[in-house]
Write a protein that binds this ligand. Structure first.
Ligand code: NDP
Length: 398
């Protein structure tokens, strides 16, 4: 029996995690579930699983949560600090599935409590990779990947002989616009961007997949998770999303992990580790798949990938700035406040204008994140006021 806390329990990853846990009540007991504002989904999940505590980040939602949980015996709490407290309740496994850098502080609190952090929230590791890894070592915590690519590498990598690893290959579906020209991408709507061809995911990561920033964030995530230098982590477009990533060894062997595109598999790997647990998803039928295609990513149509690699190579505060600017730009795109191609342009612009020293503490990372967000939001305001065309010409990305 493992105790589990799910941060971001109402999202796509949170829902898939709950599905697995509810199918194996003998194996898991829920400590705490958190959400931002979706009290109905949160309260229902807390009641079904008999969670000890349910927490909403948005404090205005507390009365509604209390009403829904009345008489259940489940504790209700609200606010960003309450989410951190839920993360620190000492569950054996804490699933970090909040979207964006908003998940960083709670993830750090879970790390400080020891135990296992099953990380879906890649933005946390991208922004605070070194700080987080130091905390993991200091508190004897365990970090397990949930992202499908990193789970694949985790399963293929021989950690006892890192010198034998020649390179890591992250596969990418290429997103919904992999066959579109830059001109065709200019008029992309939020609805088109969140319609991923292979995976069903939250809105933010779906847009990241469409710009390929998601693969850029994963590049940085892989660098922090695995003992392989940045220049030996490659990206390969593989449109069927059957091979979830690969590890190439110095003897020429390439080990790959395959499966249907269902996040319940990598989540199960992290939940059950070091054992295995059954999942209900469709089994892989390679005859039905028929063929596997591969191509190099196109840096001209997908400049976000280049921006992320440059941020990784430069290190310091660059990945945190990249992530913060991207979060603000994606939110503005989803709100209809700017165009699809401007996402990468705005991120490049913020990176161009802001270059602070490397943040050494969590507070310093959060300060960089806040400043990068403010600069990005300010520029988006200028774009909205009519300077957009000028800006994209200056930045030269689109
Ligand atoms: P969703 O948008 O579906 O869910 C996000 C979750 O975070 C929800 O529970 C939401 O609550 C909560 N949340 C949002 N903002 C805040 C906040 N400020 N404070 C506290 N909680 C908050 O996202 P996904 O599940 O798609 O993604 C979650 C993370 O996992 C992301 O980092 C993503 O990159 C990563 N990931 C996702 C994959 C997928 O298949 N979806 C695959 C690999 C990685 P509420 O519902 O109340 O808004």
């Amino acid at each position: 029996m493992k105790t589990v806390t799910i941060l971001g329990a109402t999202g796509s990853i949170g829902t898939s995690t709950l599905d697995l846990i509810e199918r194996s009540p003998e194996a898991f007991r829920v400590v705490a579930l958190t959400a931002n504002a979706d009290v109905a989904k949160l309260a229902a999940a807390a009641k079904r699983t008999g969670a000890r505590r349910a927490v909403v980040a948005d404090e205005t939602c507390l009365p509604a949560l209390c009403e829904l949980l009345a008489g259940s015996g489940i504790e209700a709490a609200a606010g960003a600090e309450a989410v951190c407290e839920a993360a620190a309740m000492g569950a054996d496994v804490t699933v970090a599935a909040i979207v964006g850098c908003a998940g960083l502080k709670p993830a750090m609190r879970a790390v400080e409590a020891g135990g296992t952090l099953a990380l879906a929230n890649k933005e946390a590791l991208v922004s605070a990779g070194d700080v987080m890894k130091r905390a993991i070592a200091a508190h004897g915590a365990t970090l397990l990947p949930v992202d499908s690519e990193h789970s694949a590498i985790f399963q293929c990598l021989d950690r006892t002989a890192p010198a034998g690893v020649a390179r890591i290959v992250l596969t990418a579906s290429g997103g919904p616009f992999r066959d579109r020209s830059t001109d065709e991408m200019r008029a992309i709507t939020p609805a088109q961007a969140i319609a991923h061809p292979n995976w069903s995911m939250g809105a933010k990561i779906s847009v990241d997949s469409a710009t390929m920033m998601n693969k850029g964030l994963e590049l940085i995530e892989a660098f922090h998770l695995f003992p392989v230098p940045a220049e030996r982590i490659d990206v390969l477009v593989h449109r069927q999303s059957v091979i979830h990533s690969m590890v190439e060894y110095v003897d020429g062997s390439v080990l790959a992990q395959l499966g249907t595109p269902d996040m319940r598999t990598p989540i199960a790997v992290a939940l059950a580790w070091p054992q295995r647990m059954a999942t209900p998803g469709e089994r892989l039928d390679l005859v039905a798949v028929g063929r596997l295609d591969f191509e190099a990513p196109d840096p001209v149509r997908f400049p976000a990938l280049t921006l992320a690699r440059e941020a990784l190579m430069a290190g310091g505060a660059r990945p945190a700035i990249l992530n913060a600017a991207n979060e603000v730009a994606v939110a503005a795109f989803l709100a209809g406040r700017m165009g699809f191609l401007e996402i990468a342009a705005i991120v490049a612009d913020t990176l161009e204008r802001y270059d602070p020293a490397a943040p050494e503490t969590l507070d310093a990372v959060l300060a960089v994140d806040a400043e990068a967000r403010a600069l990005t939001a300010e520029r988006i305001g200028a774009v909205k006021a009519g300077a957009g065309r000028v800006m994209t010409q200056v930045v030269g990305v689109t």
